[in-house]
Design a binder for this molecule. Structure first.
Ligand code: SAH
Length: 360
């Protein structure tokens, strides 16, 4: 493999006998030097990027998404490596997570404006992975104006999003379809663990008698409460607690729930932390299964891509054995369709979600 010497963000890649293999984004400082964008000799010009972006956006148009916030571009899976674009109403929040893509933004941003009519584009270029690319972490407006808060709708629920400071690009958009799916089963007393701004709790409140939302962050709890009031939801309370401690506490108190959601942060951020992560998943699933009534539903998720689906299923199975329960899988799910998985790139399949029923 030869890489020509100039510093263009896109390089022609040649293989043995100088055969052209295609074109790639170039990262001089990263361990991932090249990210392929084409496997032929076509020119990588503005028209090329317009078509790539337009194809990704057209695909979202076909999904009939019942929300004003969703992912427009999901990096590798849209053949736009290291580019994330999320739509929040009239605004876009973007992330350029490689050196090559960062360099390309002066081309990409006007195309996004042309294709989406966005009033403003914010770069949330604060993820740590940018450091591995020799890029700085920064948040800046790249086009128009972006307000401090943006009002969006997901299904029947209105959210106020803080695009500059919210987690990820503001919301956990990847769970939207799982919240919808959970609505088919949620009933009675609901416990939403790791609630953030109440994504599951608010979506499921109409199906349930009572809703308790738990998060360790005081900010999150304040947002859940505010969102509940703004949506006229009166059967929800939010508590600032550590879920690990609270599940134990609820068990001691003899609490029982008909529906429990477990949507923790990634416990395994790297390979070294997999064993600890597996123990964590087993622990919270075991406690949740004990708190569920027979016939109750558990929506359990893992967004650690270092813990694959089989490993996650194993942790849940072990939890069910220790809890002396029989559990059936009602639905096996993943991130929403606006976050597609590219076969051959396992990192693009990161969110696993099972809807389980405690049979006995
Ligand atoms: N369920 C949310 C997303 C959850 S993100 C949604 O659908 O939008 C994970 C959340 O877990 C974060 O808000 C974080 O503050 C919280 N968290 C992390 N560790 C925690 C702990 N030990 N106990 C309670 N909450 C925790």
């Amino acid at each position: 493999m030869d890489v020509s010497a100039d510093r263009s963000p896109v390089m022609q890649v040649r293989g043995p006998r100088n055969r052209i293999l295609g074109s790639a984004l170039f990262s001089p400082e990263s361990q991932i030097t090249l990210r392929m964008v084409a496997r032929d000799e076509r020119p990588i010009d503005e028209a090329f990027w317009r078509e790539r972006l337009a194809t990704a956006i057209r695909y979202r148009d076909t999904l009939e998404i019942d929300a004003t916030a969703f992912r427009l571009i999901h990096g590798e899976a849209d053949l736009l490596p290291s580019l994330i674009v999320d739509r929040y109403g009239d605004y876009l929040v973007v992330q350029a997570l490689s050196h090559g893509m960062d360099q390309l933004m002066p081309t990409i941003v006007p195309l996004l404006v042309e294709l989406t009519g966005a009033k403003g584009i914010l770069a949330r270029n604060d993820p740590k992975v940018r450091l591995l690319e020799g890029l700085e972490q920064k948040v800046e407006v790249l086009h128009g104006e972006v307000p401090d808060t943006i009002q969006v709708r997901e299904g029947a629920i209105e959210f106020e999003v803080d695009p500059r400071h919210g987690q990820k690009t503001g919301l956990f958009l990847d769970q939207r379809e799982n919240r919808e799916a959970a609505g088919r089963y949620a009933n009675g007393a609901l416990l939403d663990c790791f609630s953030y701004n109440g994504g599951f709790a608010l979506a499921l409140a109409a199906h349930c008698q009572t809703v308790e939302a738990l998060d360790i962050s005081a900010d999150a709890v304040a947002r859940i409460t505010k969102n509940a009031a703004a949506n006229g939801i009166a059967n929800l309370t939010a508590r600032e607690v550590n879920v690990f401690d609270e599940l134990r506490h609820l068990e001691r108190e003899g609490a029982r729930y008909d529906t429990i959601v477990l949507d923790p942060p990634a416990f395994a951020k790297n390979k070294a932390s997999v064993a600890k992560a597996m123990a964590g998943y087993k622990e919270i699933n075991l406690r949740a299964l004990r708190l569920l009534v027979p016939g109750g539903f558990l929506v359990t998720c893992s967004c650690s891509y270092n813990v694959d689906e089989a490993m996650f299923a194993e942790a849940i199975y072990e939890a069910s054995v220790d809890a002396h329960t029989a559990v059936t899988v009602v639905e096996k799910r993943m991130q929403g369709r606006d976050h597609p998985v590219l076969l051959g790139v396992p990192e693009t399949y990161y969110l696993k979600s099972f809807i389980l029923r405690k049979v006995a």
